[in-house]
Design a protein around this ligand. Structure first.
Ligand SMILES: [Zn+2]
Length: 415
């Protein structure tokens, strides 16, 4: 095997070992009966509710262990056996007479379809065995497949043009191509975020304006008081798929919408809904959304610059069984990039967790009552059966939200 490929395989297996190790560490930590009882007492969670969370976490942990191992082995096996080169050959024969861009699009189309097919049984198991067993799944098999098909069509309709544009830019625009590619992706990202609430999200869910009365008038008053111009407050039929509850903001400029999951409205009192929204509005007022957008834009620029540096290194493509071409460069670079992103994950998570504390704090300053916010967070936890605590190291690497024990402790100390 080529040395670079061996290096890649070793690093990728090492990453997997670290990830599984962290998961095992967290699993052991959360299964400690004394710790569990202590957390339950602190947060006022009943033994029965704690048992449900533990059972759900255990099933997800086991599924994650075997599914991720099989997926990794299959992906590495595919690469070692020359799968990428074979797909490239096929794409070249299939797209003869077109341009190199046509070949690249067919290449990515086939890889995308293969990945989707391979992941299908895992997703079916996760939805119809695990989520079903714990009472979350509300989807039929037909609805599930319809979602997949819609997702694939959307990926082709949106991903195809931007991918074609990047491949063309890489081929034609000389050494400064990475700047143009960066610009193209940034415009594309803003465009998708802009059309998401009105054109894309409705393909998967139904959005109805929240009826007048509470909590709508309270939400509108809160948004007005904080100077947040909204394009409306909507309820999403999340219960069609899952019993997990949530709320979010979506869109850009005047298209901004407040979206509440129907599952959330079912479970909460109006003051609790308001407290959750005050937290979400905090993310806007404290510019977290703008920061996230800026971070991801800089990230994209850095990635394309790195790619432009790696582009001439043809041993990279040969060791993965590919000839030198823009699409080969993209896929091989993406594989190495995955390793780098894993190293950066704790940094990203740290940013996000800090923002969560700041948004909680903002909610209190905006007039939300700490008890309402605490109760709302506890209800959200109960609905989603998430464990309210986790091993600090595991949390540091993966969690975009602090464990509930820490969040509630912070709320108690500031109020
Ligand atoms: Zn938040």
């Amino acid at each position: 095997l080529p040395r670079l490929l061996v290096l890649f395989l070793v690093l990728r297996v090492l990453q997997h070992a670290i990830e599984r190790g962290l998961a095992a560490l967290n699993h052991r930590y959360t299964n400690d009966p004394a710790r569990r009882a202590e957390v339950a007492r602190l947060l006022g969670i009943s033994d029965a509710e704690m048992d449900k969370a533990i059972a759900y976490a255990r099933d997800r942990y086991r599924f994650g262990a075997w599914a991720s191992t099989i997926e990794l082995l299959a992906a590495l096996g595919f690469i070692v056996l020359g799968g990428l080169g074979a797909v490239d050959d096929f794409a070249r024969r299939f797209a003869t007479g077109t341009t190199e861009i046509g070949v690249g699009l067919v290449f990515y189309g086939i890889l995308g379809l293969l990945t989707a097919l391979f992941e299908l049984p895992f997703s079916i198991y996760s939805t119809f065995v695990i989520e079903e067993k714990h009472g979350f799944n509300r989807q039929t098999l037909g609805g599930f497949f319809l979602d997949r098909v819609k997702g694939l069509i959307l990926a082709a309709a949106l991903g195809g043009p931007i991918l074609g544009a990047i491949l063309g830019i890489m081929q034609w625009l000389g050494p400064s191509w990475w700047l143009w590619a960066w610009g193209a992706v940034t415009v594309f990202t803003l465009f998708t975020a802009w059309i998401y609430p009105t054109l894309l999200a409705p393909l998967f869910n139904k959005f109805t304006p929240l009826p007048p009365g509470e909590p709508r008038s309270g939400i509108e008053a809160l948004a007005a008081r904080l100077g947040f111009r909204t394009g409306g407050v909507f309820v999403m039929d999340a219960s069609r798929r899952t019993a997990h509850g949530n709320a979010y903001f979506t869109g850009l400029f005047r298209q901004k919408r407040i979206v509440l999951f129907d599952t959330l409205l079912e479970a909460m009192q109006p003051p609790e809904v308001l407290a959750v929204l005050a937290h979400e509005l905090g993310h806007f007022k404290l510019h977290h959304v703008r920061w996230a957008l800026l971070r991801s834009t800089l990230h994209t620029g850095l990635v394309f610059w790195l790619l432009s540096q790696a582009l001439p290194l043809s041993p990279f493509y040969r060791s993965f069984g590919l000839a030198h071409s823009p699409h080969a460069a993209l896929v091989v670079f993406g594989l190495w990039l995955g390793l780098l992103e894993f190293l950066l994950q704790p940094l990203q998570s740290a940013f996000l967790r800090r923002h969560e504390f700041a948004a909680d704090n903002f909610a209190l300053r905006a007039g939300a009552c700490a008890d309402d916010l605490s109760r709302a967070l506890l209800k959200l936890r109960e609905k989603s059966r998430l464990l309210p605590f986790s091993h600090p190291l595991y949390s540091r690497v993966y969690h975009s939200h602090p464990p509930l024990v820490e969040r509630l402790a912070a709320l108690r100390s500031t109020s």
